[in-house]
Design a protein around this ligand. Sequence first.
Ligand SMILES: [Fe+2]
Ligand SMILES: [Fe+2]
Length: 360
Amino acid sequence: MTVSINKILIAEDESKIREELVECLTDEGFDCVEASNGEEGLNLLCQDLDITIVLSDIIMPRKSGLEMILDAQSVIDKNRDLEFIILTGHGGSKEAIEALKLGAIDFLEKPIDLDHLVHVVHRAEELVGLKRASRQYEASLEADVQAKTLEIQKLLDNLKSAYSESLECLAAAAEYKDPETGNHIRRIGEYSQVIAKELGWSKERQDLMLLAAPLHDVGKIGTPDNILLKPGKLDSDEVVIMKQHAQNGYDILSHSNHPVMQVAANIAKNHHERWDGSGYPQGIKGAEIPIEARITALVDVYDALRSKRPYKPEFDQQKTLSIILDGDGRTEPSHFDPELINILLKVSAQLDKIYMKLAD
Ligand SMILES: [Fe+2]
Ligand SMILES: [Fe+2]
């Protein structure tokens, strides 16, 4: 005899029949518990979670077999393994059909043929086993999917950070030749992101600015050192060559279809254009200049004014803002989008914080 892992509840008010069933099923290796009415049966079902098969009479005192099934279905966890088999008296086919409709897997007519009983109970046992295996499979599948999702998320995060790091390296390569420091390009990214947020742009577009704006001077890679690093004033030929860094930047960045690179290419090309049309390379003005380039142009000048340069000392926040607002003969308010100047004033405390945090 093999011992079954399934426990059977036998709910039957006639003790003689109950004892006969218990004896037969115990011999088959089942652990049995007994109830003499439906109410007792329901209580046992709720308390003993090992019960997986219920053998129940229909007509019993206090609670009928059908009522017990109904109550069990409403109070017992839907995921619990539980199969019902009904015992009916002679002529109880109407109740038996009712029980099958409620989900009982079979019914046995009294007097009970014990061989048939054993067969039906083994079938119930098989069903419980199949349902359990299928649930375990589902759970392991779910766990697998969860683990894979986590893995993919991790890979995506890695890819994203590798991507932004390579953009930073590209920007840094240009700055490396330049007297301006690596922190300048990081600040430009962060300032631009703050402005984009104040403009009400999506998080995605704000992040685009954070990555793209630092690449504005990438074209300086192509500027000869004797011009880029010349301590004195550039002559007119040298100025022409110096100005080519805008178009060079565009040529370097515009090969990619990636949104960050496309925005970066537009910024590189247009970050020296001015609102009043006095900029380069095309001398376009106003809203003809892509907004991303207008933002970068403004924060680039803000940062240049704040920073120490070979030709000027570091200016504080107040002096920097007053030059942007009133001009100083070199920088003029007409160079910038007036709406962006207003926004810059609104977020100036945040820009100041970034300047301090990422100081040279
Ligand atoms: Fe530039
Ligand atoms: Fe710059």
